[in-house]
Design a protein around this ligand. Structure first.
Ligand SMILES: [Zn+2]
Length: 593
């Protein structure tokens, strides 16, 4: 059984809301060359930033480790399973952005420092009193829980060490920790905070779990076959060997991939290593190092990992070679894009050198023999409809569907195909469109237009959403009507169908009922769920005045913490909840406080 990184399986979306300036900068060729020449030690000033927590740093996540659709752009600093640890400003500066959200980084603070850096503190339980008061005033004024506030210098100036907030587990997290990030203020590129001189206790070398060999063109083979070969490893003293008794042979253009992770003393988490080197007969042909990332190109990770293996939860392998389209800025050295050319009779001695940030090293050496040229060249005989070239925009119109894939969204040229299945559910109002397949990665969204079955009244059309079918899961991705098509911008290929959401959200009061004396309760809690399109709007009032409902999507709750806005006496509460297509439920009750 291969190790599977649990961090990959988390369905998290850090970019549910675009970051400021996001997308504005796509690293061109010259940018890439420039970043290659930049020594890592110059990226951050040493010992300028202090530890934002008052406890020694242990890490639940490192900079640059593999996550779903992106690399992790900061440190996940452990809080010993606790919430409420004081979070200190890492250096002098001012609070430049405050985010209140149940998604992504949750409650987060951004501090801009005078030397051109921004620090980010995420998953906070709450802010300090001054910031909390400021945010709450704005929430009540705008009658809006979710906030993304940009501030100029002067509102909240901070000195190094000031308590700005308290740690928590808000947003897309599994357990409490502090997400800590350092960005270049001008480019917004996240930089590895370890380069600022932070230290952790880590005397353990990274662990190498396995490798894979990939035939990269139609004439290349591994052990005579045109398919990847996955091999596990075994530890022998200080180094690793392949757990494979047969010879390995290859012909043609071959890529190698690796499954590895870092561990530290007394910490259970599996973190990302700092650097990865692949040598071919002692020459470094691939060298990646996690010093700096770029938000505009971070989704190119999908072409740098064995996407099918990760998507199917088989294994977390990452390539040590490049696809045709790759704009990641993690590469320090590449020879022939990391692709190895095998010829008959010529063996290659390959070696992986994997380092963590503290310089602990693991190595794995293995030999691959050069095979004969295969007598039969591999041919993909599966029928296809068109060839989508990765560097050009691609458009295709079929019966009842249209697709537009922007230039650069694909990693290689693609044999485009789709199939349709008819459905027999009465709420599915189009065929199921199987667009390409789940195993083909994308670096960007594309446009998908689906035409529902004709002759539906307008009143029903308004209740339509496009749904992604993922195994047994049905995930609505919304959609809007354009020229008779439901139009969406999916992140993934896969199966899509237009469905009707005819049901209202369900409101379940968890600690309140008609006439209840709530004097001994600290909050009012509801569980709110929706069958398909999802809860998209909610509003609660007490005696016709808006109250601040917070949301926790992890357990589908909405809750109001009693505050100065509800005094003693008898009150009337009203909660209205709508789904994305406007089906609305209302709950009303009297209560005593
Ligand atoms: Zn994090």
């Amino acid at each position: 059984m291969y190790f599977r990184n649990p961090k990959i399986a988390r369905s998290i979306s850090f970019f549910s809301k675009p970051l400021q300036g996001f997308g504005a900068r796509v690293l061109g060729v010259w940018g890439l060359i420039f970043s290659l020449s930049l020594p890592a030690q110059d990226l951050l000033p040493k010992n300028y930033f202090i530890n934002p927590l008052g406890i020694p740093i242990t890490l639940a996540g490192t900079f640059g480790e593999i996550r779903t659709d992106h690399y992790h752009t900061g440190l996940d600093i452990r809080t010993e399973g606790r919430e409420g640890l004081p979070v200190h400003a890492a250096a002098k500066g001012y609070v430049s952005r405050i985010v209140v959200s149940p998604y992504g980084y949750g409650n987060a603070l951004y501090i801009t420092h005078p030397d051109g850096f921004v620090t980010v503190y995420g998953h906070l339980n709450r802010f300090n009193n001054a910031i909390t008061t400021y945010v709450k005033e704005r929430q009540y004024k705008e009658e809006k829980y979710i906030q993304d506030i940009t501030l100029a210098q002067g509102t909240f100036n901070v000195n190094q060490g000031d308590t700005i907030a308290f740690s928590g587990s808000t947003g897309a997290v599994e357990g409490p920790h502090l997400h800590f990030e350092i960005r270049d203020a001008k480019t917004e590129d996240p930089i590895n905070p370890m380069l600022a001189g932070y230290t952790t206790v880590d005397n353990l070398p990274p662990i190498i779990r396995g490798i894979a060999l990939y035939p990269l063109d139609d004439s290349s083979t591994v052990n005579g076959k045109h398919q990847p070969l996955y091999i596990k490893t075994e530890k022998k003293g200080n180094y690793y060997v392949l757990n494979y008794s047969n010879n390995i042979s290859a012909y043609g253009s071959i890529g190698v991939g690796i499954n590895c992770y870092d561990v530290a003393d007394k910490v259970e988490s599996h973190n990302g290593p700092y650097s990865k080197i692949l040598k071919d007969d002692n020459d470094t042909i691939y060298y990646s190092r996690m010093d700096i990332l770029n938000f505009a190109t971070i989704r190119y990770i999908n072409g740098h990992v064995d996407y099918a293996a990760i998507h199917n939860r088989i294994d977390t392998l990452e390539y040590s070679f490049l696809q045709d389209n790759d704009k990641l800025n993690i590469y320090k050295k590449l020879v022939n894009k990391g692709r190895i050319d095998f010829k008959s009779g010529k063996a290659h001695n390959l070696e992986y050198v994997i380092n963590d940030f503290n310089g602990n090293t693991s190595t794995l050496e293995f030999k691959v023999k050069g095979d004969e040229r295969p007598s039969k060249i591999y041919h993909d005989t599966t029928p296809y409809l068109a060839i989508a070239k990765w560097e050009k925009p691609f458009e295709y119109a079929g019966k009842g569907m249209k697709i537009e894939i922007p230039a650069g969204a694909l990693f290689n040229n693609l044999h485009f195909r789709y199939t349709t299945d008819t459905t027999n559910s009465h709420t599915e109002i189009s065929p199921v469109y199987n667009i390409q397949d789940n195993n083909t990665p994308l670096s960007a969204t594309y446009t998908l237009m689906l035409k529902p079955n004709p002759d539906l009244p307008d009143s029903l059309m308004k209740k339509a959403v496009v749904v992604r079918l993922d195994g047994k899961k049905k995930n609505s991705i919304g959609g809007k009507w354009e020229n008779g098509y439901m139009t969406v911008n999916p992140k993934y290929f896969g199966s899509y169908v237009v469905m009707l959401d005819l049901y209202r959200p369900v409101i379940k009061p968890l600690n309140i009922f008609e006439g209840k004396d709530m004097s001994h309760e600290s909050n009012i809690v509801f569980e709110v769920t929706d069958n398909l399109s999802g809860v998209s709007y909610y509003r609660a009032t007490v005696d016709d005045k808006w109250i601040l409902l917070q949301s926790n999507p992890k357990n589908n709750t909405l809750y109001y913490n009693f505050d100065e806005h509800v005094g003693k006496g008898k009150h009337h509460l009203r909660l209205a909840v709508s789904d994305a297509v406007g089906n609305t439920s209302v709950y009303e009750t009297e209560f005593i406080r």
